[in-house]
Design a protein around this ligand. Structure first.
Ligand code: NDP
Ligand code: MG
Length: 388
């Protein structure tokens, strides 16, 4: 039976991993829409290869290039933020949400409001919209399949169990490329060093998030919304080998863990085939060759981001949306050479401390308003604060 899918963020790292799996089972899938921000030529090439009905660039100024690249193909082209939402609203069997940042929130909400099944990689959307998104999922009968490797692991470990029986959920963290660096070296870290992750190959933004540990902070908030066991039952442990992707401990002290290669095609395959299973081209785990798996407590002195994220979700309301907005601005400023690596977490914390936090956003428009205000405040702090 052929299933239909749309990939939001098809030209990125998650998009590429998804399409690699689809390419291997071409007859099993029909591609409705593929989207990008502005990688028009790459998007057109993918749309042609996968015979998509629609290709969309989020940046409308890139639409002429997309149109030209699709000329004669019969594939529909569109551009702009509203066109991304329209693409996400088309009825299909599965939406892969793989846009980076809060820019993906509008399209994800469209897919939810359609009552669709969504493989959610776009964690920033859930961090920003939290309660609004979860309420919409319930209201419209949508299904969220967690694609982030940790949350996919937890989802698998929870299968067949009752959430009331969970004693603790532990997110594993690789610790990133600077795990063993001292403070002065971390302060001087360059964008090239920050995006060179030891275990995972990912887009630039999440690679920097992994290096600051803000990725784990965002994932802590993501886990809180996806698996509501209470913040006191959510833990983080550093596990440099990235073989155990997360764990669920039950009240009888049984702990279930999900293991696998550090390749996003594993959790993506779990979402594509859910609730069944599919083949991936990956080599089996060779635990004997690995020898040992190690675990450490997170060091929040050198990497304060997990503390800042935990405090933001404890504070609740608009704080997580402001945290995410500030982090997006700070990471972009670091990648552009405007601030030192250690300023990323500082900018996020200063933004939270100096923002006039409104009450918890009640709908998408209110979330987006908080996001815009958080970005403005963070931008001011980037421009007026110290570089280091
Ligand atoms: P990439 O940067 O590799 O790709 C991002 C995708 O989103 C691209 O298709 C890009 O288009 C598109 N995009 C970027 N900005 C916008 C915008 N403003 N409007 C519309 N589309 C946009 O990111 P990743 O694939 O690494 O990550 C995607 C999401 O998945 C993130 O939320 C990340 O945290 C999450 N994730 C990623 C993992 C990984 O291994 N990569 C693991 C777990 C989660 P264009 O090419 O035109 O810029
Ligand atoms: Mg992850």
């Amino acid at each position: 039976m052929t299933r239909s899918l749309t990939i939001l963020g098809a030209t990125g790292s998650i998009g590429a991993s998804t399409l690699d799996l689809i390419r291997r089972e071409r007859e099993a899938w029909r591609v409705e829409a593929l989207t990008a921000h502005c990688s028009a030529a790459q998007l057109a090439e993918l749309a042609r290869e996968f015979d998509a009905k629609l290709a969309v660039v989020g940046d409308e100024s890139c639409l002429p290039e997309l149109r030209e690249a699709l000329a004669g193909s019969g594939i529909e082209a569109a551009g702009g933020a509203a066109a991304l939402c329209d693409a996400a609203a088309r009825p299909i069997d599965l939406t892969v949400a793989a846009i980076v940042g809060c820019a993906g929130l509008g399209p994800v909400m469209q897919a939810i409001e359609r009552g669709g099944t969504i493989a959610l990689a776009n964690k920033e959307a859930l961090v920003s919209a939290g309660e609004v998104m979860i309420a919409a999922v319930a209201e419209h009968g949508a299904t969220l399949l967690p694609t982030d490797s940790e949350h996919n692991a937890i989802f698998q470990c929870l299968s067949g169990s009752r959430i009331e029986d969970v004693a603790r959920i532990t997110l594993t963290a690789s610790g990133g490329p600077f795990r063993e660096w001292d403070m002065s070296a971390i302060e001087a870290a360059t964008p090239e060093q920050a995006v060179a992750h030891p275990n995972w190959s990912m887009g630039a933004k999440i690679s920097v998030d992994s290096a600051t540990m803000m990725n784990k902070g965002l994932e802590y908030i993501e886990a809180h919304h996806l698996f509501p066991v209470g913040l006191d039952r959510l833990a983080i442990v550093v596990h440099p080998q990235s073989v155990i992707h997360s764990m669920v401990e039950y009240r009888d002290r049984s702990t279930l863990a999900q293991l696998g290669p550090s390749d996003m095609r594993v959790p993506i395959a779990s979402c594509l085939a859910w609730p069944a299973r599919m083949e991936t081209p990956l080599a089996p785990l060779d635990l004997a060759a690995m020898g040992e798996l190690t675990f450490f407590a997170p060091d929040e002195e050198r990497f304060p981001a997990t503390r800042i994220a935990r405090e933001a979700i404890q504070a609740g309301g608009a704080a997580p949306a402001v945290l995410n907005a500030a982090n997006e601005i700070a990471v972009a400023a670091f990648l552009a050479g405007q601030i030192a690596f250690t300023r990323i977490a500082a900018v996020v914390e200063e933004t939270l401390q100096t923002s006039n936090l409104p009450p918890r956003p009640q709908n998408l428009d209110e979330v987006l308003a908080v996001d815009r205000a958080g970005r403005r405040q963070a931008q001011t702090i980037v421009e007026t604060g110290p570089r280091v």
